[in-house]
Design a protein around this ligand. Structure first.
Ligand SMILES: C[S@@+](CC[C@H](N)C(=O)[O-])C[C@H]1O[C@@H](n2cnc3c(N)ncnc32)[C@H](O)[C@@H]1O
Length: 273
């Protein structure tokens, strides 16, 4: 089942990492996450709600159905929204559901939003087709994904590249694709969406942006790679020493002369048929 294969797991640490990621990247990823007032929006794979607070705050006149396959993540998301975003909580209905088999009638939603979800699904096209089914004609889908093949940094470190590669391989073995960002255009087009547009969002980090050094390089990207150490070593993809050297290489990019680059991809499409 997808839930047990989910490469990042459901720990408190992972929830904190997703929250750091969402907060740090709000401007870069979400400055244009806007839906027409009055819209009913499906947020698919909301997890612990790291994006939910942002998109509901930015769209106070829309209503959201935020779904996830994990009930415990939904409980955390609901708690978080009550605590952190208080006033928006009535805007959102949380519901446990599987993206591949949605409990909604055809053409229920005006718009669909999903972030960092397709990368975990063995059959992303199947999920996109199901999401398209519940989307109204003329409605839009908005998808945000990363691409771990887009990582480069200074100073160079081959062990760091090797450690990142273990994460890509583990995700591949559990049926996902950590480099899915570059596939968003073909995936949406194959699923029959029209007017597909993809906007690459590069996160460029150096010492002049200390909030990104901490919030993105350290607490988002390096924390994510650190999180797979046990599994990568257990799968004999890398030795413990090499992995740790790789993590040190990633932290080294946070020093005053370090640079780190990563590109997210944000795609939109419209249901015309
Ligand atoms: C990396 S998390 C992203 C969560 C959230 N969108 C964010 O950006 O913080 C991926 C989420 O997709 C959910 N997920 C995976 N497969 C799913 C499926 N088949 N149906 C619904 N949710 C699913 C997982 O439970 C997890 O919460």
């Amino acid at each position: 089942m997808i839930q047990s294969a989910y490469v990042h797991g459901y720990s408190e640490r992972e929830a904190a990492r997703l929250a750091d990621q969402a907060n740090t990247l709000t401007q870069i990823l979400h400055h244009d996450t806007r839906f027409p007032p009055g819209s009913l929006v499906l947020e698919a794979g909301c997890g612990t709600g790291a994006q939910t607070g942002i998109i509901t705050t930015q769209n106070p006149d829309c209503r959201f159905h935020s779904i996830d396959i994990s009930q415990s993540s939904l409980d955390t998301a609901e708690e978080r929204l009550k605590k952190e975003v208080g006033t928006c909580v009535n805007q959102v209905t949380f519901e446990q559901a599987d993206i591949r088999d949605l409990p909604y009638d055809d053409e229920t939603f005006d718009h669909i939003f999903l972030c960092f979800v397709l990368e975990h699904l063995p059959e992303p096209t199947k999920a996109l087709n199901e999401l398209k089914r519940v989307l109204k004609h003329g409605g839009s889908i908005m998808v945000i994904e990363g691409d771990h093949g887009s990582v480069y940094f200074y100073p160079p470190s081959q062990p760091a590249i090797d450690a990142v590669q273990t994460q890509i391989e583990l995700q591949h073995r559990s049926g996902g694709d950590a480099c899915i960002g570059r596939r968003l255009y073909p995936l949406l087009a194959e699923s029959g969406f029209s007017e597909v547009r993809v906007s690459p969002r590069m996160v460029y980090v150096d010492a002049s942006k200390p909030e990104l050094v901490d919030g993105f390089t350290r607490k988002t990207f390096t924390a994510m790679i650190e999180g797979v150490q046990k599994d990568a070593v257990a799968a004999a993809l890398i030795s413990e020493e090499r992995f740790e050297e790789g993590i040190q290489g990633l932290y080294r990019t946070c020093e005053p002369d370090g640079v780190f680059c990563y590109t997210f991809f944000k795609a939109t499409g419209v249901k015309c048929r």
